[in-house]
Design a protein around this ligand. Sequence first.
Ligand SMILES: Nc1ncnc2c1ncn2[C@@H]1O[C@H](COP(=O)(O)OP(=O)(O)OP(=O)(O)O)[C@@H](O)[C@H]1O
Ligand SMILES: [Mg+2]
Length: 258
Amino acid sequence: MNLWLPEALFFGYTEDQSPVYIFILPVMIELSRVSVTYKSGDVGALSDVSLCIKKGEFVFLVGPTGAGKSTLLKLLYRDARATEGSVNVLGQELSKMRSSQIPPLRRQMGIVLQDYGLLPERTVWQNVAFACQALGQRGRDIRRKLPEALELVKMAHRCDAYPAELSGGEQQRVAIARALVNRPPLLLADEPTGNLDPNTGAGIMDVLYEANQRGATIIVATHDKFSVDRLRQRVIALRGGKIVRDEPCGGYGSEAGD
Ligand SMILES: Nc1ncnc2c1ncn2[C@@H]1O[C@H](COP(=O)(O)OP(=O)(O)OP(=O)(O)O)[C@@H](O)[C@H]1O
Ligand SMILES: [Mg+2]
């Protein structure tokens, strides 16, 4: 079955005999009975996790430190491998994927990590442009789309600055512009507000929320109680490598334990 195609299910007829269909949103991510045990670790980082995330969802992953949030995200961009079970992302089964197929998979995603990962020798503009050049886009097209991405994160005025000349929050904004510039269908963010003050953090979450409103599926691992409680999106809580709560329009909750 191709999980990526929308499905229309016949539901019945109206009074005037018109057929009624239900359209099922395409599945973007499906984990089935997934466990991850790192080679160097004796305890499982994830244990028997099953979940389904549909196109257009905004999902917060919460849970105490060591719960398995980063491991779950790493599975999705194939930085970690399932020891057991199946991981289907964007219609591809990752547990069987060859390493040569990983870069094309990642090009369909925006990935934001806590260490920003900006290239120190390149300016803000060049860092964001790099994501477009990696897809083989032409200079003219890049010059057209970059201003919008930099405006979105309110960094257009610093486009000539180097990462070392920016604060942590500003670097995080640039990393998000780089992740979003090609409008990927899926954005994964691991503690994007971890090093930021509450106001700056709220601004970053708003940018992610806006990208979600434009159609991107967003998954954010976070300890940012304030933002989770404010945005009221789907919350998946992990503890000890297991899902202990999966709630639409949820809050940060108490089981996150911090
Ligand atoms: N590369 C690794 N090798 C061995 N064990 C690891 C590795 N990465 C993570 N782990 C272990 O796997 C478990 C889950 O870690 P993970 O990084 O997914 O937690 P987390 O929920 O992201 O925590 P935090 O909130 O601190 O970021 C932890 O017990 C951790 O020690
Ligand atoms: Mg983590």
